[in-house]
Design a protein around this ligand. Structure first.
Ligand code: IMP
Ligand code: MG
Length: 176
C-alpha cells in the first residue's frame, strides 16, 4: 500500500549535513577518548535510534553505545508528564554523551540525567537532534543541538506519532 507522505520540514540532506557538523564538534570535544577509555554514548530509545546510528558514523573518536528506553508520551501528542526509564547501563567513571531525539519540556532529559548521575560518570553531556526551547518547563543544559524548532509536533527520522512515521527519511510537521 502506498502511504501518503507529508512534506519535508527538514530535509534528509539538511539532517545529514548538520549531523556531520555535530560529529566533528563532538569528536573535537573528547580528545582524551581512547580504545581503553572510549566515549560512552547513551541513546534514548526509540526516537533517537536513527539519529544515533547516523551520528556514531560521523565520530572520529573511540566510542561505545548503550541504550536507555524512555517513554513519556502515553498516546497522541500530549505528554503524560511521567517518564518511565528502562535500562541496564554501565557508565561509572566514563565520559557520557546522551543522544536524544527531542528535548521538549525537559522532563525526560532531567530524569535520564538524574539516573545516570547516580553512577558517577566523569562527565555527562547531552546531544539532541531537535530542541523546542519555547516548550521548556524543566531547565536543563543541552550541549549539542541539531536544530532548534518551534513548539509543533514533529515526525519522521525515527520520531513517531503513536508509533507511525518513524520510517520517513526526513522530518515533517504532523499538522502542516
Ligand atoms: P520532554 O520530556 O517533554 O522533554 O519530552 C521529550 C520526549 O517527548 C521526546 O524524547 C519525544 O519522545 C517526545 N516528544 C516531544 N516532542 C515531540 C514531537 O514533536 N514529536 C514526537 N515526539 C515528541
Ligand atoms: Mg523520546
Amino acid at each position: 500500500m502506498q502511504k501518503e507522505r507529508p512534506e519535508p520540514f527538514i530535509t534528509a540532506d539538511a539532517i545529514a549535513k548538520r549531523i556531520r557538523e555535530l560529529g566533528e564538534a563532538i569528536s573535537n570535544e573528547y580528545p582524551d577518548a581512547t580504545e581503553e577509555n572510549p566515549l560512552a554514548l547513551v541513546a534514548v530509545l526509540k526516537g533517537a535510534c536513527i539519529f544515533a546510528a547516523d551520528l556514531i558514523r560521523t565520530l572520529s573518536i573511540p566510542c561505545t553505545i548503550q541504550f536507555i528506553s524512555a517513554s513519556s508520551y502515553g498516546s497522541g501528542t500530549v505528554s503524560s508528564g511521567q517518564v518511565e526509564l528502562d535500562h541496564d547501563l554501565a557508565v561509572e567513571g566514563r565520559a557520557v554523551l546522551v543522544i536524544e531525539d527531542i528535548v521538549d519540556t525537559g522532563l525526560t532529559i532531567l530524569k535520564i540525567t538524574e539516573t545516570l548521575q547516580e553512577q558517577n560518570p566523569s562527565s555527562l553531556r547531552i546531544c539532541t537532534l531537535l530542541d523546542k526551547p519555547s516548550a521548556r518547563v524543566h531547565p536543563v543544559r543541552v550541549d549539542h543541538v541539531g536544530f532548534s524548532v518551534p513548539d509543533r509536533f514533529l515526525i519522521g527520522y525515527g520520531i513517531d506519532w503513536n508509533e507511525h512515521y518513524r520510517e520517513l527519511p526526513y522530518l515533517a510537521l504532523l499538522d502542516a
